[in-house]
Design a protein around this ligand. Structure first.
Ligand SMILES: O=C(O)CCC(=O)C(=O)O
Ligand SMILES: [Fe+2]
Length: 227
């Protein structure tokens, strides 16, 4: 995004904060490289199959825990059965800094230990419908990062998938955190804005989105079976 025109930090709703231009270009490059690696394996990036028979237009690969509708598991049983890549410590640190900067709350940040990330790739046509992130058993905040093309991000309310909602643009390097009273707000990506990314990130086209979350799961209990 054009650094000459600074965009303000904005609290879209209580607990939902947009921090524009949060990642440096170098951090974006490093994240693109890391995501490229994860996209190739152990579980390849894929269009998630929906229980009704459809497929998502977004392509997704996970680290830490594998998400599929509507459960987290350690192995990608709907893809190739492989165990997902480990959630790296540097990503925990990045998630903590995101929380510290979005909420200006060092205590909340220190207690934040994300253990899964969904890495979404959107081509120019991809979109994501209104949904809540509710497959986690923890209500800890979701940390979202954008790299590449900008998108229209729709952030709604916790009650309905309809209005009231706010449409904002998430651009390369932007951070968006939603937690507290906004943790279960409906949200969507109705549109990608092709050609808005800077190829210097390493991404020639499309949008990369990384959401870090706390699953609230461990490996000792009964298997987390799909509902
Ligand atoms: O791409 C985005 O900005 C949001 C992704 C999202 O809502 C999700 O993966 O649950
Ligand atoms: Fe989501």
């Amino acid at each position: 995004m054009n650094a000459l025109i600074p965009r303000p930090r904005l609290e879209v709703a209580p607990g939902a904060v947009h921090v524009p231009d949060w990642l440096t270009l170098e951090q974006q490059r490093q994240l693109v490289t890391a995501c490229r690696g994860w996209a190739t394996g152990p579980v390849p990036i894929r269009h998630t199959k929906l229980p009704g028979g459809g497929v998502m237009s977004v392509r997704t690969v996970c680290v830490g825990w594998h998400w599929r509708p509507y459960a987290y598991t350690r192995t990608a049983d709907d893809v190739n059965g492989a165990r997902v890549a480990a959630f790296p410590d540097w990503m925990v640190a990045l998630g903590r800094r995101a929380l510290a900067d979005a909420y200006a709350d060092e205590t909340a940040a220190a207690g934040y230990t994300p253990d899964t990330a969904l890495i979404n790739f959107y081509d120019a046509q991809a979109k994501l419908g209104m949904h809540q992130d509710k497959d986690e058993r923890s209500s800890a905040p979701v940390v979202s990062l954008t790299i590449g093309d900008s998108c229209v991000f729709r952030f709604g309310n916790t009650e309905t998938r309809t209005r009231p909602y706010t449409d904002l643009e998430l651009a390369s390097g932007d951070l968006f955190v939603f937690g507290g009273p906004s943790r279960y707000a409906y949200h969507a990506v109705p549109r990608i804005l092709p050609g808005t990314g800077d190829p210097a990130t390493g991404l020639r086209s499309g949008r990369l989105n990384i959401t870090m979350r706390v699953t609230g799961l461990d490996d000792t209990g009964p298997p987390n079976t799909p509902r």
